[in-house]
Design a protein around this ligand. Structure first.
Ligand code: PLP
Length: 452
């Protein structure tokens, strides 16, 4: 049976290598090894085509909040597929699932956010947000307010405006980005860039970089500041306590919209429904995806606060934007079932309470490892910075690919842990148990030992 399985795996790998252009992949590297074929998943575990079991320390791509294989979500999707597999929300129509999801979101999103535009991915959500913000300022008769300020190391997606908002420089040259009108300021990455400052001082300094940039550009030319509560794909950058209060103040003072990208931080990840609640952020708009359906269906939503929503809603002209699948009934039905499971099982409360506290305790314990410069985290997010010298924070030379090697050891030992440079990242499903958390940290320590 093992041989039969291997042949099947080889077939899939060959088909894949010949015809599949993967996201974020160096294809000639992949061609050497062949893609790992994940065939099924249950709870917090993934299984590959060779029968190997992996504990998923990343909840897929930071999204499978309720864990894999949930009947409730499958049933809800099946029911919607039978009753209304598709109909659009264009031209004055809706459906029960989209209407109910909109209502439900208004109950759990940060105060004031109460209207929702649906998209299919976080990237589309951010591109839509850019258009909404431009339209808002046009309607406000302030057409010069067009520049978007985002941050270095930000990740907001890959479509043209979302990639321009992103501050990961590796994403830009291949597509000649960012587009004009998108600028980036320093982010509050204290461990790597804070120097001799305390975290609080550095938080204020990096927040005030926004004020400096607004003054340089002229407030009359700036449309919005766009940021994740905790920067995820940029290396899990946790903001110092002083950061967000100052950002709120600056946005208000200069009449700049605050668009918060909650694609990772939303739906319990930081211990509240939204990262904005954890950090006291006062957004005009938010973007959400991932945990909205636990990844079971592609769906995203841009949430509008009254200031923006009222202006768009009260406009006399048609809003010329929307996707064929905006408010897709099956995706909305699955998202609704997902939110019901999250509420019934108190997953947000657990991420902010017992489960999150246990996870953070185990994460902090790894800080004693000689190759670990810092651990940091919040809720069910954790980062482990691998360094050559703990005392000086000296990093390994990049050609050693220490993070990548650690990730490969993890895979080989049954753990999915992501490497962002030499920062190892964890973001497990919110349903994870204490013994499963123990398993993650046992394997993480073992694999860090292997790179020594
Ligand atoms: N925004 C943030 C904060 C993200 O982390 C991501 C994806 O990881 C996106 C946007 C893009 O979402 P998608 O991959 O669904 O387009």
């Amino acid at each position: 049976q093992t041989i039969a399985k291997s042949n099947q795996t080889k077939r899939w790998q060959e088909m894949d290598a010949a015809h599949h252009l993967h996201p974020f992949t160096t294809h000639h590297q992949l061609a050497k090894t062949g893609a790992r074929v994940i065939t099924h998943a249950k709870g917090v575990y993934l299984y590959d085509s060779e029968g190997r079991k992996l504990i998923d320390g990343m909840a897929g791509l930071w999204c499978v909040q309720v864990g894999y294989g949930r009947e409730e979500l499958a049933e809800a999707g099946y029911k919607a597929l039978k009753e209304l597999p598709y109909y659009n929300a264009f031209f004055q129509t809706t459906n029960p699932y989209t209407a109910e999801l909109s209502q439900k979101l208004s109950e759990v999103t940060p105060k004031g956010i109460d209207r929702f535009f649906f998209a299919n991915s976080g990237s589309e959500g951010n591109d839509s947000a850019v258009k909404i913000i431009r339209y808002f300022w046009n309607l406000q008769k302030k057409p010069n307010k067009k520049i978007f300020i985002a941050r270095k190391k930000a990740y907001h997606g890959v479509t043209i405006a979302a990639a321009s908002l992103s501050g990961l420089t590796s994403m830009h040259p291949q597509a000649d980005l960012p587009m004009p009108g998108f600028v980036h300021i320093d982010c509050p990455y204290w461990y790597g860039e804070g120097g001799d400052m305390s975290p609080d001082e550095f938080g204020l300094k990096t927040a005030r970089a926004l004020e400096e940039k607004i003054l340089e550009l002229g407030a009359d030319n700036v449309a919005a500041f766009v940021a994740e509560p905790v920067q995820g794909a940029g290396g899990l950058i946790i903001p110092p306590a002083t950061y967000w209060g100052e950002i709120n103040r600056i946005c208000k003072k200069y009449d700049i919209l605050l668009h918060v990208d909650e694609v990772i931080c939303g739906f319990g990840r930081t211990g509240n429904w939204f990262g904005s609640q954890t950090y006291g952020i006062e957004p005009d708009m938010i973007n959400m995806a991932k945990g909205l359906s636990s990844g079971y269906q592609p769906i995203a939503a841009v949430g509008l606060g009254g200031r923006v929503g009222d202006v768009i809603f009260n406009s006399d002209e048609e809003w010329s934007h929307g996707f064929t699948y905006s408010g897709h009934p099956v995706a909305c039905a699955v998202a609704l079932a997902n939110l019901e499971v999250m509420q019934k099982e108190h997953l947000v409360e657990k991420a902010g309470g017992s489960t999150g506290a246990y996870f953070q305790k185990k994460l902090a314990e790894l800080g004693d490892h000689p190759l670990v410069g810092e651990t940091r985290g919040v809720g069910l997010l954790g980062a482990i910075e691998l360094v050559k010298n703990k005392a000086t924070r000296e990093k390994y030379p990049s050609e050693l690919d220490v993070g990548y090697r650690c990730r490969v050891h993890c895979f080989d030992n049954g753990l999915v842990m992501r490497a962002i440079g030499d920062t190892m990242v964890l973001s497990p499903p919110l349903v994870i148990s204490e013994s499963e958390i123990d398993e993650i940290f046992y394997l993480a320590r073992k694999c860090i030992d292997l790179i020594a």
